[in-house]
Design a binder for this molecule. Structure first.
Ligand code: TYD
Length: 230
């Protein structure tokens, strides 16, 4: 049978994977491990982070984490995080997805929902509207929530920081971080298709295996089948 050249050949497309969770959940370690696994399978992938990820957004990151915007209130912070997100999407995320790459991002819009929305008590309708403007259609295909009890996460974060001062959010109290954990679990409950929750007290290698099993099942197997058919 000859191939029908009038119909487009299905192309594997880029995928957008985000990591979320409280402080000290081990996101950056898992971003690196996932990137290694994707590349070993011959998949082009980039790692990035928020706030930041593009030169302008990194400048806004410094301003946000220094606490300079905090006195203006959580709504203003949500606006600046979103401004950074717009640049990051335009400069880095969208072009990579368009080129068919996997984009693995350490924090994204769910952090605004949890930190500024739930914890900062910003009206959910405002957060929703901001997300519609800043993110639009470029929503994550998969969000991995690394779940760790607040006490353990804070302890890990303070060990990692050693003598350096806590940043804007690490300096918040235990109740804040317990609320944060619940906020991410609530997001996962609201969007069970997009989000998976992983127990981040497990050894890093085990966490990486659990994540890979999900990524492979969702995307890698599907993409290889598409390639084989084309
Ligand atoms: P970072 O050092 O990257 O922290 P972590 O290792 O925990 O990811 O600092 C980012 C901080 O910014 C973190 O405390 C979460 C916070 N944040 C928000 O409050 N809103 C947002 O939209 C994003 C992306 C991050």
């Amino acid at each position: 049978m000859t191939k029908d050249h009038t119909s487009p050949v299905p192309q594997p497309r880029g995928r957008f994977i985000t990591f979320e969770g409280g402080e000290g959940a081990g996101k950056s370690t898992q971003v690196t491990l996932l990137l290694d696994r994707l590349r070993k399978r011959g998949i082009e992938a980039i790692a990035t982070r928020e706030p930041g990820g593009s030169p302008h957004a990194e400048e806004l990151r410094n301003i946000l984490l220094s606490g300079l915007v905090a006195p203006l209130g959580a709504e203003a912070e949500a606006l600046v995080f979103s401004a950074a997100r717009i640049d990051h999407l335009d400069q880095k995320i969208k072009p990579a997805l368009k080129a068919g790459m996997f984009v693995v991002c350490d924090r994204f819009a769910d952090s605004t929902r949890a930190y500024q929305g739930t914890l900062g008590k910003v009206d959910p309708a405002f957060i929703h509207a901001l997300e519609a403007v800043a993110v639009g259609d470029t929503r994550p295909d998969l969000t991995i929530i690394l779940d760790v009890p607040a006490e353990i996460g804070l302890q890990r974060a303070s060990l990692r920081r050693a003598d350096a001062n806590a940043d804007r959010f690490e300096g918040e109290n235990l109740a804040f971080h317990q609320g944060l954990r619940q906020a991410f679990l609530d997001i996962a409950k609201q969007e069970p298709q997009r989000c998976i929750v992983i127990d981040a007290t497990l050894p890093a290698e085990k966490i990486s295996e659990l994540i890979w099993a999900d990524v492979e099942r969702r995307f890698v197997t599907v993409d290889s089948q598409m390639k084989a058919r084309s």
